[in-house]
Ligand binder design. Sequence first.
Ligand SMILES: [Zn+2]
Length: 325
Amino acid sequence: MNNQPSIQRLRRLRQTKTFREIFQETSLSLNDLCLPIFVEEGLDEYQPIESMPGVMRIPEKRLPYEIERIAKAGIKSIMTFGVSHHLDETGSDAWQENGLVSRMSRIAKQTAPELIVMSDTCFCEYTSHGHCGVLHNESVDNDQTIHNLGLQAVAAARAGADFIAPSAAMDGQVAAIRQALDNAGFHHTPIMSYSTKFASALYGPFRDAAGSCLKGDRKTYQMDPMNRREAIRESLIDAQEGADVLMVKPAGAYLDIIRDLRERTELPIGAYQVSGEYAQIKFAAMAGAIDETRVTLETLGSIKRAGADIIFTYFALELAEKGLL
Ligand SMILES: [Zn+2]
């Protein structure tokens, strides 16, 4: 009897809540989360987004109120997305001193200076065709677009944005933005690049949220979800170009990519839990199939465990206001 090989008893460290808390390897806090918001100009009432229950387009005039609410809830950072009524071929409203991109940052920083504002830097919400840059022969012109991204970045920095967050998935966009910011004297404004951005079907509800008018797809500039080596290459190139923070988007279906990247770079990594990931949890919970809070915390915790330092999630405000983090 005494000579039996001993069982490895991992249950010893799980026997009470306190044991489990002491040995928990990953924990989440509001410091880990960034809240993306949608702000529409010329809107009178909040506009619910049907494919994202609980998320609304915020009328620009209500933005100060919402910023106060977000800051009071303990959220540390937001990502701003504009829903523009001033669309043109190039998305030029996005680099105007008084355009929507600039106004969102200005209003947010005036209302809650301590709240970190990341300015999503792209053109798809400002172009009449819905693509992320200037169209030329039905394809997005890479080099003209990165020049324009530089203009937008400087306008946003001038308006007070703490972070420039390019999401256009253009080659060379980080280098172009870094140079434009430096030339304009914004040496201290960091770039958080959407460095590995997949052409994902999980963005579906976002298109509702942002009022996208895109016809066609973005497969010539966003990545094939099946490509793992290219995913790492995309992010490492952005690191070389001077990105301060990298990002993998979407998050939940790409935990392997987050992990791979974590092992290849010392830079902080962001991960974006996208609209389709949010909608899956919300609708499954509404159908009574899952426990929303537990699944939300489990998915966010798993994204952090995979190696993310900051997680972009539409759940951030609800978790904060309900005191769940
Ligand atoms: Zn875009």
